[in-house]
Design a protein around this ligand. Structure first.
Ligand code: ATP
Length: 606
């Protein structure tokens, strides 16, 4: 059950975000639009910082990654080839009573958030059925909070099925089973029914609902010019693979990074910005050699030896080591922007959960107040994507590697045969899975394996795919803290400090003249402001008491405040041209020369 404390905390966070200008509801004056959010002045800065840090660490600080910025609308065939047209769907059910749409795989997650489900959990603690209390609730409060629940509409019949169950098996009921019994009126005909999380009514069987937003290009709306808003940024990277590789003079292994908007018509957007219909992604497709090519070149394929970061990439790394490397690199990134490892979890998808083309996938989860949920997925996708676009477009997507061609000629015949066969089998398996006739698949896989012997292959890919908005939400929820100050008169006040890492903080430093009616203080403060603002986002504030101004900055998450006082003007001659620098997290203050401010602050915010 969702902790009431977590709900309360989220309510406080949502309210702070609106009050301080981090996040607003999109189109608010028209009542909002579900699943769409705007970033206000502080949110826009926070988001910009996060994206900049990702881009810098992924591209500029690496020799082996190039950037891309592609269009949101692309050729519709891309989404056919990628599988999105046929399979990018979520199971959706409709409530037969209130008609709301519900994501069938999220019913049990959503239920405990609703008042009626919480009431039932309290009436039957530990799954022990108390029919009398259930009946009382059904005839009273239940009428209001769950009008369509079978227990409320027809309590006697519904409770009779439950009584039968308890008679046959006196063990307490699992929560899920309990809710199902209470939603079931005609047990003999329907079996146990799944309740609508909103009203308790009966849900229809799930059917697939495609999540892509459709639109048309050009003036005529017809099936011929149907196109989609991209549901992920990744596909543009695959279709521009050759162009980027050639123009950036990269060779496999290398990556292409892209960030930008993605759109998914989510059935039930929820948990604030966590599941939105318009959001941003930061994606890397890192292309590697197939293991057969690595083995031909290096004589062996290195595999993970121990958990943790495997160190600098090596030529003999197979896909598993590359995958482990990217999981660790991404965790390092999160740690570097203020999300400690203890706030994260790795979830290794089980074989049956993997997409059909994926060899492995690790979800990096973050402990949000509403539960531990996915922040980023890091998938080892084999050569599926490039192969699909090669087949659908008719354009070759393979790479040629002269060193592989030469290395192959130096292998023993036995080794050549072994690698040839492994590559052939892998290619054939992929082709057959994609519905290619077995004979055709045999011919094509033979050509692919012959190609490997000549130095050609389709690159495999490791994909770290992160959501900007989920990360922003993670940073906001992690930064949120409350402190209670008590003044001399014993009056206490609770206020918020947003403890953002200085690298992501929307405002890096605030410049505050001690008094606004002393022109010399204001002049000096303006000089300091002018000095800092070209290098970092700086805020100037002269309104209100200094304590109030500190509190305002704490709430905005500003890590440093600089106060210009009379000593700055030389009241104590030895302190001329020095300022007080206050640290947000512990209120510590230190005196620094103005001339040293930049060299002090810059390393802390970069
Ligand atoms: P989920 O299972 O939560 O729907 P997913 O596995 O479909 O996510 P991916 O397709 O792997 O997500 O997308 C990569 C990343 O994009 C996710 O880890 C997440 O951070 C972000 N993302 C995906 N869908 C949304 C959404 N509706 N709103 C906000 N961010 C999203």
């Amino acid at each position: 059950m969702a902790e009431p404390k977590a709900t309360e905390l989220m309510e406080k966070i949502v309210s702070l975000c609106k009050r301080r200008g981090f996040i607003f509801q999109s189109s608010e004056i028209y009542g909002g639009i579900n699943g769409f959010w705007d970033y206000g002045p502080l949110g826009a800065e926070l988001k910009r910082n996060v994206k900049e840090l990702w881009w810098t660490s992924m591209t500029r600080l690496r020799d082996d990654v190039a950037g891309l910025e592609a269009t949101i609308i692309m050729h519709p065939q891309i989404w056919k080839a990628s599988g999105h047209v046929d399979t990018f769907s979520d199971p959706m059910s409709t409530c037969r009573h209130c008609k709301k749409l519900v994501r069938a795989d999220q019913v049990w997650e959503q239920l405990p958030e609703n008042a009626w489900a919480q009431a039932i959990a309290e009436l039957c603690p530990g799954g022990h059925v108390d029919s009398a209390r259930l009946l009382g609730w059904a005839k009273g409060k239940g009428q209001r909070v769950a009008p369509n629940l079978a227990l409320v509409r027809n309590p006697e019949t519904t409770l009779s099925w439950l009584a039968e169950r308890v008679q046959q098996n006196p063990a307490p009921l699992e929560t899920k089973e309990l809710y199902q019994y209470l939603a079931t009126e005609q047990f003999r005909q329907t079996g146990l029914v799944t309740p609508c999380p909103h009203c308790g009514g009966e849900l229809t069987a799930p059917r697939p609902f495609n999540l892509m937003f459709k639109t048309h290009y050009g003036p005529v709306e017809s099936d011929d010019n149907l196109c989609y808003l991209r549901p992920e940024t990744a596909q543009a990277i695959f279709v521009q693979f050759k162009n980027v590789m050639e123009t950036s003079r990269q060779r496999v292994p290398f990556g292409i990074a892209q960030m930008g908007k993605a759109f998914r018509n989510e059935v039930t957007p929820r948990n604030y910005t966590f599941r939105s219909r318009e959001f941003e992604q930061m994606e890397l497709e890192f292309f590697i050699k197939p293991d057969e090519a690595v083995e031909a070149l290096s004589g062996t394929v290195a595999v993970p030896q121990a958990p943790g970061h495997p160190g600098e990439p090596q030529a003999d790394w197979g896909w598993q080591l590359w995958h482990q490397y990217w999981v660790e690199e991404r965790i390092k990134f999160y740690e570097g922007i203020g999300l400690p490892r203890t706030t994260l979890e790795e979830y290794w998808q089980k074989p049956e959960e993997l997409a059909h083309y994926a060899r492995a996938c690790v979800d990096i989860l973050f402990k949000f107040p509403f539960g531990t949920q996915e922040l980023e997925g890091i998938a080892a996708r084999g050569d599926f994507d490039l192969s699909q676009h090669a087949r659908a477009s008719g354009k070759p997507m393979g790479v040629f590697d002269e060193t592989l061609r030469t290395a192959w000629t130096k292998l023993t015949k036995e080794k050549q045969d072994e690698l040839w066969k492994r590559y052939y089998e892998a290619r054939k398996k992929y082709l057959v899975k994609m519905g290619v006739e077995p004979e055709v698949a045999t011919t094509e896989a033979t050509a692919d394996a012959d190609g490997l012997a000549k130095g050609q292959y389709i690159a495999h890919v490791i994909e770290p795919s992160a959501g900007v908005d989920r990360l922003i939400l993670g940073l906001i929820t992690h930064a949120y803290s409350e402190v209670t100050d008590t003044d001399d008169k014993g009056k206490s006040e609770t206020r918020v400090i947003m403890r953002f890492h200085p690298r992501v903080a929307p405002i890096k430093v605030a410049v505050l003249p001690l008094l606004k009616n002393k022109p010399e203080l204001v002049k000096k403060a303006q000089e300091v402001f002018a000095l800092l603002r070209t290098q970092m986002n700086t805020y100037y504030d002269e309104a209100g008491s200094i304590g109030r101004r500190y509190a305002r900055q704490d709430e905005a998450g500003t890590p440093f405040c600089i106060t210009i006082d009379f000593d700055s003007l030389g009241e104590k001659p030895e302190l001329l041209n020095t300022v007080t620098l206050r640290h947000r997290d512990d209120g510590r203050q230190e005196r620094l020369p103005i001339a040293e401010l930049l060299s002090y602050l810059l390393p802390k915010i970069r």
